[in-house]
Every structure is written in C-alpha cells, then in structure tokens.
Design a protein around this ligand. Structure first.
Ligand code: S3P
Length: 201
C-alpha cells in the first residue's frame, strides 16, 4: 500500500498534507479511521466493516462501555485528562484485533503514546478522513444525538482543528478528502486506496 491522497471538491482550502513517513502495512488486517469531529468516522466505519465482513469498533463507544459513563459525563465529571487516559487504555485493548475497522475519537492522535501504538501495530492501515473545518462544523451541528464537549466552543474547535490537521496527515497512510462525497462514496474511496488482507488471520 502506498501513501496516497484521493481528492474531491473542497469548499475551503486546507493546508497541504505532508505525506506519512511511517511504513504502511502491505496488506492490512485492520483499518483505523482518524479525522476531526464530524469527519464521518463512525458513519463510514460500519460501511467499511460490512463491505469487508469485518467487525466495527467505535473507540468512544468502547470507552463508554468500559467506564459505564457517556463521553460528555467523563468530560464533565472527571475532566479531559481523565478521558484521554481512558482513551489510551481502550485503544491499547482493541488495537490487536484483526479483521476490524476502528473509528478513533477526533482527539486520539494528539496523544503521542496513541500515535506510537498505532504506528507500531503491524497490519494497521491508518486513514485520515479529511474535510474543511466549515464542513465538519456543519455536519456536527446537524447531529443532535452525538454531544461533543470539544465542539461546544466553535473558535476553540477551529483552533484544535488547525493543530490536528497536520497530525492526522502525518499519521495516516492514506488521506481521503470527503467533502462532497456520500458516506458510501467515501467508504469506496477508502477501499480503493487500502490493500486489505482478505484471507482470515
Ligand atoms: C473528541 C472527539 C470525540 C470524542 C470526545 C473528544 C475530540 O469523538 O472522543 O468528545 O477531542 O475531538 P468524535 O471525533 O467521534 O466526535
């Protein structure tokens, strides 16, 4: 699998992505979706998993299952630092699974330890679902069921996006520009860009 970028129409310019310097897996036995809040990780992940006959894991749901608390509850009752510790523990617990699509939370790649876990787990294809901030904000505004503590302040969220966009790009083996693409089209673009191991592990 080569590092590559699939392009689609964008509404606003984003800083160019620097290609990943990590060595991509030849044939992945898991796909990890990364990207900012609203990038479609939790929508596109199940489509990919269904197409491949793999399992889908949403890391936020895994954290909620492990702690018995919702993500907003963890933020409000324990703080973001405690959430990040739970996030790292949950990531370490699920990352070894094969034939699995994992949707990270938008902040997971900011933690160095998480990036090292992701980069050093063999057979892992990391995909950045990229979109301009305006698109992400619009998508999040339309989702009333997913409360995101880190999108409460739009200016702070935009600053986080500016920090994270290059991190996502460097971490990922593949970046897909999803602006203007349906979830189905985005899933197809991921499958076209990632070589997956089709035989059972
Ligand atoms: C966060 C993103 C959320 C969730 C938490 C923090 C972030 O996940 O992990 O609210 O800091 O970007 P999604 O990206 O799935 O919304």
């Amino acid at each position: 699998m080569n590092a590559q970028t699939a392009t689609a129409t964008t509404t606003a310019p984003m800083p160019p992505l620097r290609r990943s310097t990590t060595r991509p897996a030849r044939a992945a036995s898991r796909i990890v979706l990364t990207g900012f809040m609203g990038s479609g990780k939790s929508t596109i992940g199940p489509l990919l998993a269904a197409e491949l006959g793999w399992t889908f894991i949403d890391l936020d749901s895994e954290i909620e299952r492990r702690t018995g608390l919702s993500v907003p509850q963890i933020f409000s009752e324990r703080g973001e630092a405690a959430f990040r510790k739970e996030e790292t523990a949950a990531l370490a617990a699920v990352l070894g699974r094969a034939r699995t699509v994992i949707a990270l939370g938008g902040g997971a790649p900011e933690t160095l330890g998480n990036r090292l876990l992701l980069e050093q787990t063999p057979g892992t294809a990391i995909v950045y679902l990229a979109a301009p901030f305006a698109t992400l904000a619009e998508r999040c505004a339309q989702q009333f069921t997913n409360v995101r503590p880190n999108f409460a302040d739009p200016a702070a969220a935009e600053a986080r996006f500016a920090t994270r966009h290059p991190i996502y790009g460097r971490l990922a083996h593949v970046s897909i520009e999803t602006d203007g693409l349906s979830p189905q089209d985005s899933a197809a673009a991921v499958l076209a860009a990632v070589a997956v191991k089709t035989s059972p592990a």
